[in-house]
Design a protein around this ligand. Structure first.
Ligand SMILES: NC(=O)c1ccc[n+]([C@@H]2O[C@H](COP(=O)([O-])OP(=O)(O)OC[C@H]3O[C@@H](n4cnc5c(N)ncnc54)[C@H](O)[C@@H]3O)[C@@H](O)[C@H]2O)c1
Length: 70
């Protein structure tokens, strides 16, 4: 199913692999800008490079368990 997500910015945590990466890919294919946030920096940057071939994708390094992480 195609949904128009142009002008939407979506943040996905745990998106350097697995379900999060899969969701990021589908959302990019539907026009969203996607921020992939993950604790694993190397894989996050790899996935950012790969998904940027589809659309606007940016990696941020984040530990969701640490409220002071930024
Ligand atoms: N794969 C399945 O079939 C399935 C089914 C039901 C539930 N789940 C649950 O869904 C979740 C994701 O599953 P998955 O298969 O995509 O796992 P995964 O291990 O492939 O991906 C999890 C991602 O979260 C990141 N991550 C871990 N701790 C983090 C933190 N503190 N801050 C930011 N990022 C962090 C990891 O680096 C990794 O990239 C898990 O909790 C899993 O138990 C998975």
């Amino acid at each position: 199913m195609k949904v128009d997500l142009k002008n939407k910015v979506i943040v996905i945590t745990g998106a350097a692999g697995g379900i999060g990466e899969g969701c990021a890919k589908v959302l990019l294919e539907n026009g969203a800008t996607v921020i992939i946030a993950d604790i694993t920096r190397d894989k996050g940057q790899e996935v950012e490079a790969e998904l940027s071939k589809i659309g606007a994708c940016k990696f941020i390094h984040l530990d969701v368990t640490d409220k002071n992480h930024g």
